[in-house]
Design a protein around this ligand. Structure first.
Ligand code: DGY
Length: 411
């Protein structure tokens, strides 16, 4: 039987309560857990409404605030890791969590963002049916607007393809997705990994994806055709912390290797609905101005010393007028490699610099590809990642052959 967890922060409580009810009434669900970032207004309102909801459901619905577990900014990672610990111990007395809430160990944990307006019981059913086929990790994937998911595409997919080209990682559809189901075996692996438990911030999704692959967990990605309808972003500045923390998480993994073989299946996608293809993911006008903000002499110096001169010239010119034509795919890969080698997490100049580089990349992609239509834009993203993965894979294979003393073959 499963536990369904909704981590939340500040949400529309009607949407949260509807999603909790849907989960609590699902025949495979044994309990629902709400993990709040703090005891804020959302938490208090949910608390007030839980008794009435509980009376309509046969399974326990528990709300708690997240524990301070990690070493980084207090964020989503602490919330998800709190849920993993709770899931493992919900059937027995525990010093942290108190009396048991269920009589038997729970078998699976599902995570869903609390604010998903399109959530319905089929999300749980799909994951449960896949878990019945003995996959350890079931990830939901869904169509997203061509201007959404720009950390996924430009940071995580690019990074996984550059660093781990022969692993399963470049093929994961939505490596930052927060909708997933994990078996108890998988949760045991995650909670016993110190890297996972210290990752209290937005980097948690990267860590879950990476550690599951490194441990050889079998994975399936199930498709949710209706997509994840939720509030979209204002300017790209809204994604500042997420960008920094997702990149830093990946940078921290760059010396790791993945040798494990694992099964990876992807359920086929379906035609993308107009509600998704016609959606604009971020406010372009508000984002243009970001390129001129928060400059310091040190950022200029870092650009001149470490980055290709055309990037330094292009980005510094943005102080006066937004420019992005210099940041095409190939240039982004060059910059990405400089960032992997030099970016300093916790250094505000580096944070601003990676942010402006990424904004120029997202604007370049938007103005060159998105304006040519949804399918063209998505193809460009897929090709960018495939090209990086192929080139890196070939270099890695050559290097391995050389290290083994094999005669180099033409690849
Ligand atoms: C991503 O890139 O996937 C983030 O959710 C922002 O859209």
């Amino acid at each position: 039987m499963a536990l369904v967890c909704f981590p939340f922060k500040k949400e529309d409580v009607d949407v949260v309560m509807r999603n909790v009810k849907t989960a609590a009434q699902h025949p495979r669900v044994r309990m629902v857990l709400l993990v709040g970032a703090s005891e804020n207004e959302t938490y208090v309102e949910i608390d007030a409404r839980l008794p009435a909801l509980g009376a309509q459901c046969d399974v326990p619905i528990v709300q708690m605030t997240q524990l301070r577990l990690g070493a980084l900014r207090e964020g989503k990672g602490d919330g998800m890791n709190t849920a993993l610990l709770y899931f493992l111990r919900a059937h027995e007395y525990d010093e942290l969590f108190g009396e048991p809430v269920v009589s038997e160990p729970l078998e699976r944990i599902h995570f869903y963002d609390a604010d998903i307006e399109s959530f319905n019981s089929s999300w749980i059913t799909k994951a449960e049916e896949a878990a019945d086929m003995e996959y350890d990790v079931i990830r939901h994937y869904f169509p997203r607007s061509s201007t959404d998911a720009q950390i996924t595409w430009q940071i995580t997919k690019v990074g996984f393809s550059l660093l781990f080209p022969l692993s399963v990682l470049p093929w994961v559809q939505q490596p930052l997705g927060g909708e997933l189901c994990l078996t108890r075996r998988c949760v045991d692996v995650l909670v016993s990994d110190e890297r996972v438990m210290r990752q209290s911030d937005w980097g948690i999704d990267t860590l879950y994806t990476f550690v599951c692959a490194q441990a050889g967990m079998n994975m399936i990605e199930v498709y949710v055709p209706e997509g994840k309808l939720h509030a979209l972003y204002g300017g790209l500045r809204d994604l500042f912390n997420m960008l920094i923390e997702c990149f830093a998480a990946l940078q921290g993994l760059q010396k790791c290797s993945i040798r494990a073989e694992s099964v990876h299946r992807i359920a086929s996608a379906e035609p993308v609905p107009n509600s998704v293809t016609s959606k604009i993911g971020y406010n372009i006008e508000k984002s243009l101005v970001l390129l001129s903000e928060n400059w310091t002499p040190r950022q200029e110096e870092l650009l001149h010393v470490l980055f290709p001169e055309r990037v330094a010239a292009g980005l510094i010119a943005c102080r006066d007028w937004p420019q992005y034509s210099f940041m095409d795919e190939a240039t982004w890969v060059e910059c990405y490699q400089v960032l992997l080698a030099n970016f300093e997490f916790g250094d505000s100049d580096w944070h601003e610099l990676i942010f402006k580089l990424w904004v120029s990349r997202v604007l370049n992609y938007t103005m060159r590809h998105v304006i040519r239509g949804y399918d063209t834009a998505m193809n460009e993203l897929r090709h960018m990642v495939q090209d990086i993965q192929q080139k890196s894979a070939i270099e890695l294979i050559k290097a391995r052959r050389e290290a083994q003393g094999c005669s180099p073959r033409v690849l």
